[in-house]
Design a binder for this molecule. Structure first.
Ligand SMILES: *Cc1c(COP(=O)(O)O)cnc(C)c1O
Length: 422
């Protein structure tokens, strides 16, 4: 568990009177403090930019807080681009790292002067057609190192089996072609990790990209101006795990920067990230109430939320720390499955988890849910997704997304038309 829940039992009990469970709670102060730490660590580079991965927490209030801390955005769809605009993120700080992208979305990104990150060699021609025959002044390419990059973890899988990015020979040719077409500024991107906690992994990725920058300069005559290390910096979901030391990652990357880039005359090179998880993950919690208990072959606690609000445990068996408000120090005398109401047996927030004795009405806190939490929600089984509450720095609370209503769910249906049908 990477974070301390900011509210006492009595504070939380008061909060749920105004905002009935389930809901997400985010801690503005903690988000800002973490972002400052992250930025400070990477200020040892001439230019640093974090493009917050909007998919992790697509709420304009959160984006606005991050923009205020200097963040840009990483988007992969038109709605994410629009949301970043609405949140006031500077256009040139928005990178469009999409794949299988429709022409209209490239056009929007181009018209808004966002950075376009291409996922394939053939997309140069596709982009050119989408933009009526021209290419943007700045282009980035996503590199897939294939079997060159070892030790990738199970969520992201092996690079050579991943659908993303260009091969080494393709990418060099891609820069050569774009240069000939008149493109002026170039970036290089990769993303080969997900929820990785080992600092050495990122240092190794940076080394790989820096060496590729040198090769691109030699073979294509193109000077890369920024390297985007993607996302994938992990968070300690489990109590025994340790948070990534940003300074250690930054110092390690700086050593490779000095070793590889300085002698090649590639300094200054901008360092960019597209992190989502470490930026908001530890500072968001799903708050839910125990409403049922069931004693069969196992002990079950049924809560008023379900995997439609947080699908990570159900989808990939992800671990989220669970605590019971007011019982933080109570002995873990029971073993429970904490389950939601979906008609799918994977709808379990925790499986065979030692926890204190839970009574109906207890408030259950599901930790580290601030990234890829509410964002991944869905409406299967007619489930209405919960809302989001922000705890401001002064301790006040603001609802930053209301919960869904049945009207929202039915909004795409033709309820009038069906009355006269058959
Ligand atoms: C998901 C994603 C990210 C963010 O990943 P985190 O693990 O949340 O940091 C960044 N870039 C791309 C291209 C992604 O797909």
């Amino acid at each position: 568990m990477s974070s301390n829940f900011p509210l006492s039992d009595s504070q939380l009990s008061n909060l749920v009177k105004d905002f009935p469970t389930p809901f997400y709670l985010y801690d503005e102060k903690a988000i800002r403090e973490n972002m400052k730490r992250f930025t400070k660590a990477f200020s040892i580079f001439p230019v640093f930019c974090e493009h917050f991965a909007v998919k992790a927490c697509p709420n304009p209030y959160i984006l606005k807080i991050l923009a205020d801390e200097g963040c840009g955005a990483d988007c992969s769809s038109l709605p994410e681009l629009i949301l970043s605009d609405l949140a006031g993120i500077k256009r040139e700080k928005v990178i469009f790292t999409s794949n299988e992208t429709p022409a209209s979305e490239y056009k929007y990104a181009f018209d808004h002067r966002n950075i376009i990150n291409l996922d394939d060699f053939t997309h140069i021609e596709f982009l050119k057609n989408a933009l009526g025959g021209e290419l943007p002044e700045t282009i980035c390419f996503r590199y897939n190192p294939g079997s060159e990059k070892q030790g990738c973890n199970s969520i992201i899988g092996k690079p050579e089996e991943a659908k993303y990015g260009l091969t080494r020979s393709q990418i060099i040719e891609a820069y050569r072609i774009c240069k000939a077409e008149g493109v002026k500024h170039f970036g290089l991107h990769t993303m080969v990790a997900s929820n990785e906690l080992n600092p050495a992994f990122f240092v190794d990725t940076a080394k790989l990209l820096f060496e590729l920058c040198v090769e691109i300069k030699e073979k294509a005559g193109v000077r890369i101006e920024f390297v985007d290390l993607g996302g994938g910096l992990g968070i300690p979901y489990r109590p025994e795990q340790k948070a990534v030391d940003y300074d250690e990652v930054a110092r390690g990357i700086r050593a490779e920067y000095d070793r590889v880039l300085l002698p090649a005359g590639l300094d200054p090179l901008e360092i960019h990230w597209e992190c989502g998880r470490p930026i908001t993950g530890p500072y968001g919690w799903l708050i839910t109430t125990a409403i049922h208990e069931k004693h069969t072959y196992r002990e079950y606690i049924g809560v008023d939320s379900c995997m439609a609000d947080l699908m990570r445990p159900g989808m990939y068996g992800a671990y989220h720390e669970v605590t019971v408000s007011g019982k933080e120090d109570a002995p873990k005398s029971e073993v429970y499955d904490i389950v939601g109401s979906l008609c799918e047996n994977c709808d379990k927030f925790a499986v065979q988890r030692p926890l204190p004795k839970i009574e109906r009405g207890d408030l259950i806190i599901i930790h580290d849910a601030g990234a890829h939490g509410r964002a991944m929600g869905f409406n299967y089984n007619g489930k209405l997704r919960c809302g989001e509450v922000l705890m401001r720095e002064d301790g006040s609370f603001k609802e930053i997304r209301r919960r869904e209503t049945i009207e929202d769910l039915f909004a795409t249906l033709d309820l009038d038309g069906v009355k006269n049908f058959i």
